[in-house]
Design a protein around this ligand. Structure first.
Ligand SMILES: Nc1ncnc2c1ncn2[C@@H]1O[C@H](COP(=O)(O)OP(=O)(O)OP(=O)(O)O)[C@@H](O)[C@H]1O
Length: 289
């Protein structure tokens, strides 16, 4: 359990302020979403103890940084955005080095990391020679050293190819039980099947935290799919339109609306990303904002 209480953090050399009055993050996968500059990376840096708040408290299963920083850090795995790795080290040496910082490798752990993150072909390769996606896999692998209870992943799918994205999201899901994992992402669709909770940030403030079901329920609009004659989509507000697929003589539409947009339309399942669009578009109409 991860608890934040009256946390305020002001970013130096900018007017940005992050403020979390009260928030308890539950075990499982929490998707951290919000626009550029909302404070997602800043929040993850605070949670990972890479930065400290100006005021307020963060507790990790009851432990606080003022007394138990080393013990807390030993239980955290962190992948910052744009992570920098030691370019001259080989993959094996780098993983061993990160493991030393966390108290050493358990028996078989190095092999498990190399296998889990598909790094077998790169053991003896220097970091500077690796493609971006392979570097990212090394960055992800180091976060799993020592089986952390808390994982903070800043846009972890960046640079991964399509198959590796699927592999990684499945891997995280398979290892999310009894861990608190916070994943910042602009790609909600890729986490659709695995997200337990959603945390929405805007301008340094949390404006929603709840289960994935709560995120998609009770919204002021739904998603509708249907067909219209070609060009007729122009009668809809462009902000409502999610997809337009031109077919032979007609357009297939997917759009947001508080009621059925007309004959030939039917309700569609609201995805996590749809709910994000709805919440942004109808913000003023959503209670609790
Ligand atoms: N290195 C920096 N120096 C000074 N200010 C910064 C720096 N990085 C971010 N900021 C400020 O902090 C604010 C929050 O940035 P942050 O990176 O936490 O947002 P974010 O939600 O992660 O954005 P993105 O989706 O683009 O990654 C930014 O608007 C910016 O003003």
């Amino acid at each position: 359990m991860l608890e934040m209480h009256q946390v305020v953090y002001r970013r130096q050399a900018s007017s940005f302020e992050l403020s979390v009055p009260r928030l308890t993050l539950k075990p499982g996968i929490t998707l951290l979403v919000g626009p550029n500059g909302a404070g997602k990376s800043s929040l993850l840096q605070l949670l990972a103890t890479a930065r400290f708040p100006d005021s307020g408290i963060i507790r990790y299963d009851g432990l606080g940084v003022e007394r138990d920083l080393a013990a807390i850090r030993a239980r955290i795995g962190f992948v910052p955005s744009g992570v920098e790795l030691y370019e001259q080290m080989t993959v094996t040496k780098l993983l061993r080095y990160f493991a030393e910082l966390k108290g050493g490798l358990a028996a078989g752990e190095l092999e498990w990391l190399i296998e889990s993150f598909h790094l077998g072909d790169y053991r003896a390769h220097k970091i500077k020679t690796l493609a971006q996606g392979v570097r990212q896999r090394v960055a992800l692998a180091q976060a799993w050293i020592a089986s952390p209870s808390f994982l903070f992943l800043d846009e972890p799918l960046n640079a991964l190819d399509t198959l590796e994205r699927l592999h990684f999201t499945r891997f995280v899901a398979a290892h999310s039980r009894s861990r608190t994992i916070v994943v910042s992402t602009h790609e909600m669709n890729e986490w659709e099947a695995w997200a337990d909770h959603v945390l929405w940030f805007e301008e340094g403030l949390p404006c929603f935290y709840g289960t994935a079901e709560e995120w998609t329920e009770g919204l002021p609009a739904s998603v509708w799919t249907g067909t219209v004659v070609q060009g007729a989509h122009r009668r809809f507000d462009p902000a409502q339109l999610l997809h337009i697929r031109p077919e032979d003589g007609y357009d297939e539409l997917r759009l947001l609306g508080s009621r059925c947009p007309g004959a030939g339309f039917e309700p569609a399942l609201t995805t996590l990303e749809d709910a994000y669009f709805i919440r942004c578009r109808y913000r003023a109409g959503i209670a609790g904002r």
